[in-house]
Design a protein around this ligand. Sequence first.
Ligand SMILES: NC(=O)c1ccc[n+]([C@@H]2O[C@H](COP(=O)([O-])OP(=O)(O)OC[C@H]3O[C@@H](n4cnc5c(N)ncnc54)[C@H](OP(=O)(O)O)[C@@H]3O)[C@@H](O)[C@H]2O)c1
Length: 185
Amino acid sequence: MSSNNHDYLDVWKGMEDMKRLKLARSIGVSNFNSSEINRILVNSDTVPSVNQIEINPTYTDLELVAYCQSLNITVLSYAPFGFMVPRPFVNNPTNSTFEEPVLVKLAKKYGKKTNQVVLRYLIDRGTIPIPKSVNKERIKSNIDVFDFSLTSEEIYSINELNENAKVYNFDQEHLTAIFDYFDLY
Ligand SMILES: NC(=O)c1ccc[n+]([C@@H]2O[C@H](COP(=O)([O-])OP(=O)(O)OC[C@H]3O[C@@H](n4cnc5c(N)ncnc54)[C@H](OP(=O)(O)O)[C@@H]3O)[C@@H](O)[C@H]2O)c1
């Protein structure tokens, strides 16, 4: 049940109707945890195509990603740069930066930049990162990640940076700060 008393299962059933009517090719969810996904699986006919969730080096959420992948639910990883970029709407609980030595070492090894190592890490975990930039050079850099890949050990070494530090929390206090910052009223 969401905070404004809409049951997401009712919404999901409406989305299933859209798929049946061929108004949508595939349907998915965002910010769903494993219990919420389970409730959909038990009460509907459609497995979500995707779950869009926050994943980055300081919020790795290994369990939820593994659970989604075990069900063939594609994980879209938003906020891929976590607290490496400014998040003015929330206090930064980490020391995370693009100069993190683990990332710098890998960037040197592959002749890439650390933002590219982070995106490659998310791709090599089988997720689809969705970085956002308004800067042409950074957009070019963010897409230039398909000429190298990380080994399993390198992925594990980045997993070790996890601090369970999430940029986007959706409790009322954080939501108000996010809405204020992005002027969403
Ligand atoms: N489903 C949800 O609940 C949810 C929640 C949050 C976000 N999202 C989606 O996820 C997308 C990405 O989230 P996000 O905006 O948090 O992503 P992000 O890419 O982790 O962060 C965006 C910030 O990173 C900077 N940046 C981007 N590329 C960079 C680079 N190569 N080097 C240095 N800084 C860089 C951007 O600044 P510049 O623009 O100046 O480059 C911007 O300030 C959004 O478009 C949104 O649609 C979904």
